[in-house]
Write a protein that binds this ligand. Structure first.
Ligand SMILES: *[C@@H]1O[C@H](CO)[C@@H](O)[C@H](O)[C@H]1NC(C)=O
Ligand SMILES: *[C@@H]1O[C@H](CO)[C@@H](O)[C@H](O)[C@H]1NC(C)=O
Ligand SMILES: *[C@@H]1O[C@H](CO)[C@@H](O)[C@H](O)[C@H]1NC(C)=O
Length: 821
């Protein structure tokens, strides 16, 4: 969310042998409201007229009568019901030289586009074979690549025209290996995913005389950063080494928000080049989740970001003067390494909390540069850091050198057994990490699967299975044939779901052995019908394994949604555990409840919350499960992405964790669920790095008071809000997090932002409570942040930490909240 006035002074005076000193510079406080020229750090202040969005992008070539809830096609009679024998051999890696995704048949679609255009719209575009891009580097390729990005239906409007909503123009721009000379910028739009061959990533090489200030603009220029969703860039190398080191150039603008992916990209710049920046986000405000698995060689900055919050995972910089500079509220760096740098992380502009975990600096000047705030703001939490020189400098003064073996905290701390904050200026505390979460002493992390070790004959396009037709057309009930294919090929084939909407009317069972891969942001499984109507006995749309199963179940680049108002739909339930960490996982897989074409929740939910109980809950990790989740946005729509319908939607629950074996949550966001965003119920052994959330915009005085409209269907793990007086309307709002009967939770940087009451502004605190803890022990909560929420932590009904006692960041910040027993 938005916007700011700003004032800031950065004074960086760093010097390392061989690295040029960075000059001091001042940011004036009279910059234009659109913030385009801002550089971090700066402070965000919501404008007084800030209001919920009422419109999204118009979808003018929508098929208005595509209403699966009214006319659902039944699949042809020939369906397999029982399969007795397996038609394939178990998957074994065979290390092919080219990627299956390049050569598999791509027959995805934009399911709700008007039929006169739909068959002429291609989701997948190979820039070489379809658009003639020169992959030898001899001649300029940017026009061909831009043509591939821009193309709409061959007889229809192009993708820059704002006529297909946010969800109607999915496009995968595939770049085969090779070198592509760019003599001009590339511009992406919502729905664009630029994908290279991960086996031999293509190089996008800027010409020596590159004419513009960015090589790639990621942000759709038609819209603010906060609604730039569904944009991706992966498996490429962007190279500016031919451009003069002093020329001001950024390799990538990434002013985009949730449900985006920037992963597995290498940025090659001249060493310590004064003008080159790997990634910026300077074209407006933005609210992002994760950027992961990125390598920066050279440059003045690797990432130079301004916006709301991020987790940066597995970032490597080398020969980059400043690895990461961020202006915003929150930052997590997980598994980051900096080599030959003046500064690893310039967090002087991280106003709430910086968390750095399992990271290192080698031959660097300063590992973290921060601001000595003296209060709760500008908190810093470091854990397991290898660095031989200056580790933390606050406002220019070195306060820590050398390694951090355990946890180092600067900010407000609630020590074991203490119910009042203590401001600590760099206190060491012990975080006894659960062994089940670790790999080589670090929290386990992994890159999203590409399945590049498997050849194309080991991947099955679910739309091309003889005898078991599946359409992904947003109009056919696909339940039986999807189930038949998943059960027949589990363990034997990777299942590719081309873009489109796959309507299901009953549970899809994902058995052990499943590996599912979609076209990012374009492939949706969508629930419909009476099986999902009973809120007293919710049915699961996608059930991953059964209790007791151990094996592989990975889901990558998929989207889960509902086509109908389904108060009895639990979208995903995970029961299976992996034999190894990461065997069970969700990667760049998101949820969307309403706000998009093809769902009754888009068109019929302009009324009251009780008229639109659109889903029982999003995702449940049951007690037998063990899963790794990276990059997940669980969004109940606060506005219509594809038009101007009202959106007062009540989904019951966000993420329910009852898992005990080991759970990894790396970059998740849950927004606008009615009872809670996150619920740890009898959970154990959980690592969470970055949990961002927002309260439903409709909640608060003047509208339904929680647990309404779910009061008659609460289950034992739901908060019942009996801690609140009957008419206490700011108490009866969704918890950010409920923790009950749980232990060994390691939660780093949680954020709950509240902006509105009953869809309008609120003065001061919009909501009373953020986190409720009961009957739990061994909790290690680092970096808990709130905006406009009175109480940060409740123990039972006792208020322990308030926003006012921990004032900082966007509201309140607790650097460490430790409950050992
Ligand atoms: C930002 O504001 C300035 C000054 O009002 C204007 O010139 C510029 O075009 C705006 N940029 C964008 C991207 O809106
Ligand atoms: C709209 O969708 C319906 C249902 O899928 C289909 O029968 C009809 O032909 C489509 N019409 C147009 C104009 O796209
Ligand atoms: C940057 O320095 C490294 C280490 O000395 C070297 O390997 C690399 O080639 C240099 N990069 C450029 C673009 O000159």
């Amino acid at each position: 969310m938005l916007k700011s006035a700003c004032l800031a002074l950065i004074a960086l005076t760093t010097s390392v042998v061989g690295v040029p000193a960075i000059n001091s510079f001042e940011i004036p406080d009279n910059l234009p409201a659109n913030e385009t020229e801002l550089s971090p750090p700066y402070t965000y202040v919501l404008p007084t007229d800030y209001a919920p969005k009422s419109h999204g992008i118009p979808y003018t070539i929508l098929n208005q009568s595509a209403k699966p809830w009214e006319h659902l096609n039944q699949p042809p009679a020939r369906q397999a019901t029982k399969l007795t024998s397996r038609a394939c051999t178990p998957l074994t890696a065979n290390n092919p030289s080219s990627w299956w995704y390049e050569s598999i048949t791509h027959n995805g679609q934009s399911s709700f586009m008007s039929s006169s255009y739909k068959s002429n719209y291609k989701v997948f575009r190979n820039v070489v074979t379809d658009y003639g891009a020169d992959r030898t580097g001899a001649t300029s390729a940017n026009v061909a690549i831009q043509n591939a990005i821009q193309a709409g239906a061959s007889n229809g409007p192009n993708r820059a025209s704002n006529s297909m909503g946010t969800t109607g123009q999915p496009a995968v721009i595939y770049i085969p290996s090779g070198t592509y000379l760019l003599t001009g910028s590339l511009q992406l739009y919502v729905g664009t995913v630029l994908v290279g061959d991960p086996i031999n990533p293509p190089v996008l090489k800027a010409a020596a005389n590159f004419p513009s200030d960015h090589i790639i603009y990621g942000k759709d220029p038609n819209h603010d950063g906060t609604i730039n969703f569904y944009i991706g860039l992966k498996n490429v190398i962007i190279d500016s080494t031919a451009v003069s080191p002093s020329q001001n150039i950024a390799l990538l603008d990434w002013t985009v928000s949730q449900a985006t992916q920037l992963a597995n990209v290498v940025f090659n710049m001249p060493n310590y080049s004064t003008g080159h920046v790997g990634v910026t986000s300077q074209y407006g405000y933005n609210s992002n989740v994760i950027l992961n698995d990125l390598t920066f060689n050279g440059g003045a900055y690797g990432l130079k970001l301004s916006g709301q919050q991020w987790i940066l995972k597995n970032i490597k910089t080398s020969g980059t003067t400043t690895g990461i500079q961020v202006g915003g509220f929150n930052l997590v760096c997980l598994a980051c390494s900096f080599t030959n740098a003046a500064t690893g992380i310039d967090a002087t502009g991280v106003s709430a909390s910086l968390v750095v975990i399992d990271s290192s600096g080698t031959s660097i000047g300063t590992f973290v540069s921060g601001t000595n705030n003296g209060g709760a703001g500008n908190s810093i939490i470091l854990e397991n850091i290898q660095n031989s020189g200056t580790t933390v400098k606050l406002s220019g003064v070195t306060v820590l050198s050398g390694n951090v073996a355990d946890t180092w905290v600067y900010g407000n701390m609630y020590a074991r057994g203490s119910n009042s904050p203590q401001h600590v200026n760099g206190q060491s505390v012990t975080t006894p990490r659960a062994a089940a979460l670790l790999s080589n002493g670090k929290y386990f992390t992994m890159a999203p699967p590409t399945y590049q070790k498997y050849s194309v004959d080991q991947v099955l396009n679910i739309k091309n299975v003889a005898g078991l037709p599946v359409y992904g057309d947003g109009a056919t009930d696909e339940t039986n044939n999807i189930n038949a294919i998943l059960s027949q090929y589990a363990g034997c084939k990777i299942i590719y779901f081309p873009a489109g909407t796959y309507i299901v009317t009953n549970t899809i069972n994902v058995p052990a052995g499943s590996r599912i891969y979609g076209d990012a942001f374009g492939t949706a499984i969508s629930a419909l019908g009476g099986n999902f109507y009973n809120p007293a006995a919710p049915a699961t749309m996608v059930k991953v394994g059964n209790a007791g199963d151990v094996g592989v179940a990975q889901i990558t680049d998929m989207l889960f949604t509902v086509a109908d108002v389904l108060q009895g739909c639990k979208l995903v339930e995970v029961n299976i555990a992996g034999s190894n960490p990461g065997d069970v996982g969700f990667f760049n897989t998101h949820f969307r409840i309403g706000g998009a074409a093809g769902s009754k929740v888009e068109t019929n939910c302009g009324g009251t919350p009780d008229q639109c109980k659109a889903a029982w809950g999003l995702i449940h990790l049951t007690s037998t499960s063990s899963a790794y989740i990276e990059n997940m946005w669980g969004w109940t729509a606060d506005h219509d992405l594809d038009g101007g319908n009202g959106a007062t939607i009540s989904s019951g629950r966000g993420l329910l964790v009852e898992a005990t074996k080991a759970t990894w949550l790396v970059g998740t966001a849950m927004e606008h669920h009615t009872l809670y965003q996150y619920n740890y119920n009898n959970a154990k052994n959980v690592f969470s790095a970055f949990q961002q959330s927002e309260t439903p915009y409709w909640q608060g005085p003047g509208n339904d008071l929680a647990p309404a409209p779910w009061a008659s269907n609460l289950i034992a793990s739901d908060p019942d809000f009996s801690n609140c007086a009957a008419a206490d309307s700011t108490c009866r709002m969704a918890f950010f997090e409920r923790i009950s009967g749980s232990s060994d939770l390691f939660l780093y940087n949680g954020m709950v932002w509240a902006f509105f009451n009953n869809g309008g502004g609120c003065n001061g605190d919009c909501q009373k409570n953020a986190v409720e803890i009961t009957s739990s022990s061994r909790l290690y909560i680092y970096g808990q942040n709130v905006k406009a929420v009175t109480n940060i932590f409740l123990e039972g009904t006792t208020v322990v930490a308030t926003e006012s006692a921990n004032s900082g960041g966007w509201g309140g910040v607790v650097a460490a909240y430790l409950r050992d027993t």
